[in-house]
Design a protein around this ligand. Structure first.
Ligand SMILES: O=P(O)(O)OC[C@H]1O[C@](O)(CO)[C@@H](O)[C@@H]1O
Length: 533
């Protein structure tokens, strides 16, 4: 935005730098809680469907105030309003960014007629497929990649208790034949529906897998291709040329990684049905209204985005770990990797100036408690500080209350342990029966101590259902918008994926010809090895 200052040129940024040096770098969470019995109340926020405990983060009231001033100085509210108004803020692609229009009620906002026309048709189709479960259809195969895969795949796992029990859902994304082969092996053509999902309908991986699926269908006696293949795309012409009769469209103002709410959600709609899909959209809409209307200081996506800036640009933390304590959210970290890193993994601002500060952190994680038995060692005792985001769900959708209590206790224990740590003196008082008898007691205590003061956020949902899940995902979208707006970048293009695609297209014919002319020695050497008989 031409008249918005760059974040590091603002008074608030300078004040944050000073505050970080004076009080931020060394802020100790244990002391902060001891000094302020109301810290929990002060640093918790309730947004639609999502409660957030931000109190175990390495910030204080001054940090929060200065970050909020930074947001004002960087014109976050104006930038947000421009997005919501449909201005073409994705300048490098000349597009508006209007995924929020996909969850607006009928009659509200831009594009309502076309959005609700496709939504109604898609949901009617989804319900008709559900009505034919077990007769015409037993298996639904979504073929897509990136935003045309990660969202519906994640959502189908998250909302599994709401899914039709008579329909099996499969997702094929990788151009690696090891992905599609085992999926096809278990299928009958006359009982299978293939959804070819691609915003562009040109993506190499998806087109190649769609081709394989169609060949398999015909080779195995499939009769009615039109009934067994549907398309979801903005490129209706290409879908028709592929031979698809029924296509659900969407629009160039829906970014791939923001498209779960569009017809890209078709596999989810088939799985959960029309009314739950509408509840999913309504949950996201509630979060949109919160983002659009809540004051910045009480605005959860804004505060999370600002914390990301605080950690990335002042503390210098380069990654964030997401730990959902709900098996249904097992694919959330993978989904967030695209949402956050494809959106904010940029090195220039909207005007093309190289940025002198860091942008997207690395986002990674696994569901708790599995992560605890893998990489949590590093989170507790490693040399890098990694802020952790715990997501807990109060009420499970299974009947094993005892398991759920154990899960929740683990979740709370981990954020507690990260914060509290354990001194070497405390560790020295413990018995360590497995240690070598010759090992010095103080040395052992050092191995068994924890630095603590490691920050975390805990997000709490009452239950994981279509509405709360919609709100949670929309929360992440707006958080990414917030940090991207502060950094002054275009969060809605993805030029960084193009070079590899172009080079792949150049390399492909060389696998047949063996021509290595002009290649670097490493690529030429590897090509020769891969071609050798
Ligand atoms: O839906 P499409 O057009 O097949 O694209 C798939 C994915 O490829 C990308 O363009 C680049 O990886 C993503 O942004 C997108 O979600």
């Amino acid at each position: 935005m031409a008249d918005a200052p760059r974040c590091d040129h603002t008074v608030a940024w300078t004040a944050l730098r000073g505050h970080f040096e004076a009080h931020g770098r060394d802020l100790d969470l244990r002391t902060a809680f001891a000094d302020d019995p109301r810290r929990f109340e002060r640093f918790t926020l309730q947004a639609p469907e999502v409660f957030a405990d931000l109190s175990k983060n390495r910030w204080d009231e001054v940090t929060r105030r200065l970050l909020t001033e930074l947001a004002e100085a960087c014109q976050l509210p104006q930038r947000r309003d421009r997005m919501l108004a449909g201005e073409p803020i994705n300048t490098t692609e000349g597009r508006a960014v209007l995924h929020t229009a996909l969850r607006a009620p009928r009659g509200a906002g831009a594009h309502s007629a076309e959005v609700h026309d496709v939504l109604d048709r898609m949901l009617a189709y989804a319900d008709s497929v559900r009505a034919q479960a077990g007769t015409t259809y037993t298996d639904i195969v979504n073929i897509g990649i990136g935003g045309s895969d990660l969202g519906p795949r994640m959502a189908a796992i998250a909302l599994q208790p709401f899914c039709h029990p008579g329909l099996r859902l499969h997702f094929v994304s990788n151009v690696d034949g090891h992905d599609i082969t085992p999926v096809l092996q278990g299928l009958k053509p006359e009982r299978t529906l293939f959804i070819i999902a691609s915003k562009t309908f040109t993506t190499q991986e998806t087109m190649a897998n769609a081709q394989v699926a169609r060949e398999w269908f015909v080779a195995h006696g499939g009769q009615d291709t039109a009934r067994h293949f549907v398309g979801v795309t903005t490129n209706l012409k290409a879908a028709a040329e592929f031979g698809i009769r029924d296509t659900f469209g969407f629009w160039d103002w829906v970014g791939g990684r923001y498209s779960l709410w569009s017809a890209i959600g078709l596999p989810l709609a088939i799985a959960i049905g029309a009314d739950p899909f509408r509840a999913f959209l309504a949950g996201a809409r509630a979060m949109d209204e919160h983002f659009a209307g809540a004051p910045l200081a009480q605005n959860l996506p804004v505060q999370l985005g600002l914390l990301d800036v605080w950690y990335r640009n002042f503390h210098g933390f380069t990654s964030r770990s997401v730990a959902p304590y709900h098996q249904g959210l097992s694919r959330l970290p993978a989904y967030l990797q695209q949402l956050e890193m494809e959106s904010n993994g940029k090195g220039v601002d909207v005007d093309g100036h190289t940025l002198p500060y860091g942008t997207s952190p690395v986002v990674w994680g696994e569901p708790g408690t599995n992560g605890q038995h893998a990489y949590f060692q590093m989170l507790h005792q490693g040399t890098d500080v990694v802020p952790v985001e715990f997501i807990a769900v109060k009420t499970p959708s299974h009947g094993h209350g005892d398991l759920h209590t154990k899960l929740l206790a683990n979740c709370l224990a981990q954020s507690q342990a990260l914060m509290l740590g354990k001194t070497a003196a405390e560790a020295a008082t413990e018995r360590a029966p497995t240690a070598s008898p010759t090992l010095d007691r103080d040395v052992l205590a050092k191995h068994r101590s924890f630095p603590g003061n490691r920050p975390s956020t805990t997000l709490l949902l009452s239950a994981l259902n279509p509405r709360s899940f919609g709100a949670l995902i929309a929360l992440y979208e707006h958080r990414v918008f917030t940090s991207g707006a502060i950094w002054g970048i275009n969060s809605f293009d993805q030029w960084g994926v193009e070079l590899g695609k172009a080079l792949c297209n150049q390399l492909l014919p060389r696998f047949a010809s063996g021509d290595a002319a002009g290649l670097d020695a490493s690529t030429a050497g590897l090509l020769a090895m891969l071609r050798a008989g």
